[in-house]
Design a protein around this ligand. Structure first.
Ligand code: GLN
Length: 205
C-alpha cells in the first residue's frame, strides 16, 4: 500500500464531528496509514476505526445522513476492530440511557451507556485510574461531559472503573470503549491496544 509503513490496510477515524484530528495524530505516531471516514466507500477501505469524542446525537444524525451508519453496523457485526472514546463509546453501546428523542447508536457492545452522567457539577474532571490490563502506571483520564456504563451485559468485560464503582472502560471482542479521552494526554496505551488488535485481526471486506 502506497505510503504505508506496514502491510496492513489503512486505519480509519470517523470524521463526521468531534476531535477526530487528535486521534488521527496518535495513530500516525504509531506509523499507521490513517484515513478520515465519512462515506461508505472510505469505510470499505479500513482495517479498524476510531470513533472520536464529540456529540453523539450529532454523530448519529450525520452518520445516517452520509449513509455510513448501516455499513458500519454491518462491519462491526463482521468483526471490524473499533475503539470509541466518550461520544464514540455511546455510539458503540447497544443500549442508551438519557439519549435525545430518536437517538440511535451503531451498537456492538453489550452495555447500557448513560449520556452526560456526571451532570453539570462535574462537567469535566481528570483522575488517575488503575487499568489492570494496561499495567503500571495508572491511566490519567480526562472526562468531558462524559458518559458512564450503567450496565455491563454478559458479553462485555470491564477494563476499568472509578473508585465509586462506575464503569468507564470496557472491551468485547474487537470492540474497545472508554468514557474518557486518552488522545488528550500523552498516554496512548488504549490506542496501542486497539492498533495491536487491528494488526492482529487484519480485517478485510
Ligand atoms: N456528552 C457528549 C455526548 O452525549 C459526549 C461528550 C464527549 O464526547 N466529550 O455525545
Amino acid at each position: 500500500m502506497a505510503g504505508s509503513t506496514g502491510a496492513s490496510a489503512p486505519v480509519g477515524v470517523l470524521a463526521l464531528q468531534g476531535d477526530f484530528r487528535e486521534h488521527a495524530a496518535v495513530l500516525r505516531s504509531f506509523g499507521a496509514d490513517v484515513i478520515s471516514v465519512r462515506r461508505p466507500s472510505e469505510l470499505a477501505q479500513v482495517s479498524g476505526l476510531v470513533i472520536p469524542g464529540g456529540e453523539s446525537s450529532v454523530i448519529d444524525k450525520l452518520s445516517r445522513m452520509f449513509g455510513v451508519a448501516e455499513p458500519l453496523k454491518e462491519a462491526i457485526a463482521a468483526g471490524l476492530p473499533v475503539y470509541g472514546t466518550c461520544a464514540g463509546l455511546i455510539m458503540l453501546a447497544d443500549r442508551l440511557v438519557d439519549a435525545i428523542a430518536g437517538q440511535q447508536s451503531f451498537g456492538g457492545l453489550d452495555i447500557a451507556v448513560r449520556r452526560n452522567a456526571f451532570g453539570s457539577q462535574k462537567d469535566s474532571f481528570e483522575v488517575d485510574i488503575d487499568i489492570p490490563e494496561l499495567g503500571e502506571p495508572a491511566v490519567h483520564a480526562v472526562f468531558i461531559r462524559a458518559p458512564v456504563v450503567d450496565d455491563v451485559g454478559e458479553r462485555a468485560s470491564v477494563l476499568g472503573a472509578l473508585e465509586d464503582g462506575r464503569v468507564i472502560a470496557v472491551e468485547q471482542g474487537n470492540l474497545l470503549g472508554t468514557s474518557f479521552h486518552p488522545e488528550m494526554t500523552e498516554d496512548y496505551r488504549f490506542h496501542r491496544r486497539f492498533y495491536n488488535r487491528v494488526l492482529e485481526v487484519g480485517f478485510q471486506r
